[in-house]
Design a protein around this ligand. Structure first.
Ligand code: BV8
Length: 246
């Protein structure tokens, strides 16, 4: 990106930067994306594993889908990549607030050191009890016959994940941040899933500069004021370096 373009992007020191991330930021860490040629939705259908109706119809199948991804995430060779680490550095060194809003259910942002983080689609390493509504850390396989650690009842545990048709989490807090941010950054998302895909339009309506860092143009590419193309592990650290250069 031309340095002049980046100057237009640089928000005032002290302002809030909101960063939306999607599966593309975790791809180079070894986790599959959803809509790339070899992505998750090329192997299973959303209707069979990522809706509440699917869970009611065939809980065993849905648990198997998330158990496999949970085991994969906890695998020895899965770790944050340079893009996750760069965002944690931005939070530490930017003279203002940084809020990461991730669509991802992995824990790679946390493991990289990001602390101001919203998992709007939930977290793979947590469970939710439908009986007592407790949210539990959960790092092993899950099944219907397992008991909730809090209420002790069985047949109520589900992954703490937002399925299609369910309301994403912390939307009020996200909306408030979008209202006041000085820069909106989107990294590694195809812009297919709402309401996340609509965030750029909300910031554009307020005249907030926005930039998309992605391997290829997303569905919402035309709504961004700037774009940087490439692999996240390369373009995100370079972008953060430029932002922090005073
Ligand atoms: C809801 C958890 C309402 C599960 C997920 C308009 C408004 C509101 C809703 C809708 C609407 N239109 C349609 C809807 C319904 C639906 C929707 O959006 N459907 C789509 C398919 C059309 N939305 C919903 O159902 C949402 N709920 O709106 O509720 C409501 C209102 C009132 C009361 C109750 C309810 C809920 C959506 C959440 C669903 N859950 N995930 C799980 O993970 O198993 S969504 C799923 O897609 C994942 O979370 C994923 O993160 C998300 C988005 O995918 P991406 O992250 O973008 O990944 P993708 O593979 O698509 O793209 C990767 C990108 O990275 C690519 O562009 C690629 O080029 C790039 N890339 C690849 N490698 C790299 C790279 N970039 C850089 N470097 C690389 N190395």
């Amino acid at each position: 990106m031309r340095s002049s373009a980046l100057e237009e992007l640089r928000p005032d020191a002290g302002s809030l930067i909101v960063v939306l991330t999607g599966a593309g930021i975790s791809k180079e860490s070894g986790l599959d994306t959803f809509r790339d040629a070899d992505g998750i939705w090329s192997k299973v259908r959303i209707e069979d594993v990522a809706t509440y109706e699917a869970f009611v119809r065939d809980p065993r199948r849905v648990h198997a889908f998330y158990n496999e991804r949970r085991r994969g995430l906890l695998g020895a060779n899965i770790r944050p990549n340079a893009a996750h680490l760069a965002l944690a550095r931005l939070e530490r060194e930017w003279p203002g607030e940084v809020l990461v809003v991730t669509q991802n259910i992995d824990d790679l942002h946390e493991r990289a050191g990001t602390t101001k983080l919203i998992h709007m689609h939930g977290e793979l390493l947590k469970a939710e009890c439908e009986h007592c509504r407790s949210i539990l850390v959960w790092r092993e396989d899950m099944s219907r016959d397992m008991r909730c650690d809090v209420c002790g009842r069985a047949a109520g545990l589900r992954p703490h994940v937002v399925w299609f048709g369910e309301m994403p989490l912390e939307m009020d807090r996200i909306g408030e941040a979008l209202d006041r941010c000085g820069l909106f950054v989107s990294i590694g998302t195809s812009g297919n899933v709402y309401p996340a895909a609509g965030f750029v339009s909300e910031t554009r309506a307020r005249g907030t500069p926005s930039v998309e860092l992605n391997l290829e143009p997303s569905e919402g590419a035309s709504s961004f004021s700037h774009a940087i193309r490439g692999r996240a592990s390369e373009i995100v650290p370079a972008f953060v370096d430029d932002l922090l250069k005073r």
